[in-house]
Design a protein around this ligand. Structure first.
Ligand SMILES: [Zn+2]
Length: 211
């Protein structure tokens, strides 16, 4: 059987698998004058959600079929996802700088969390209970709700102090620094670490050449 292209891993997920920050990173090169939008249509949002395990393969297929039948409604849900993404990015930016969280982005996130909770139910599971989605077929907002609930979890836990942004001047990717001495600087060594190290090396070499 041919591999489903929607199972192709999302760009850059090796550096961040937490849905909230991975959603923020779908605006690539965020710190450039012209960042690159990776969520160009609803089906890309579905592929992203599949990559962060926010949807099962059958749910992803159902939502892709729904989007093909309802392109305008799908475009509206995508626009909402981008709003919530930008709210998460603004909140993450404030967190890193130790600033009070901005009220409009926090209100947007709060709204998305409430919508998500309305669609969840507490059911027996494991040794206690767990949250499951109430809807028998997935609501088209599931990708954005998964990111919103993950943002809620980060903000209300010790992870809030671990939110970082890549040290590259243009990359702008967010990640959770889980290193023991809280010293991670780059989204990934391969993507930004090596490039920046090489740049510093050449600068030093060029500086020496002048003397
Ligand atoms: Zn980076």
């Amino acid at each position: 059987m041919k591999a489903d292209p929607f199972e192709k891993p999302w760009h850059g997920l090796e550096s961040e698998r937490t849905p909230a920050l991975a959603l923020a990173n779908t605006l690539d090169w965020r710190l450039r004058e012209k960042p690159i939008e990776l969520l160009r249509d609803y089906s890309e949002l579905v592929r992203w959600a599949r990559s962060v395990d926010a949807l099962e393969p059958t749910e992803a297929r159902a939502l892709r079929a729904w989007a093909e039948e309802h392109p305008r409604a799908a475009a509206r849900v995508l626009a909402e996802a981008i709003e919530v993404r930008e709210a998460i990015a603004a909140i993450a930016g404030a967190l890193m700088k130790g600033r009070t969280l901005p009220s409009a982005p926090l209100a947007r996130l709060d709204q998305a969390c409430h919508a998500a909770h309305e669609h969840r139910a507490l059911r027996p599971g494991g040794t206690g209970a767990r949250w499951v989605w109430r809807d028998p077929s997935p609501d088209p907002h599931r990708p954005v709700w998964a990111a919103a609930l993950d943002a809620e979890r980060i903000l209300t836990s010790a992870d809030a102090a671990r939110v970082r942004q890549c040290g590259d001047a243009e990359c702008g990717w967010f990640f959770l620094d889980t290193s023991r001495n809280k010293s991670r600087r780059w989204c990934s060594m391969e993507a930004c670490g090596n490039r920046n190290k090489a740049r510093r090396f050449y600068k030093r070499a060029a500086g020496r050449g002048g003397h």
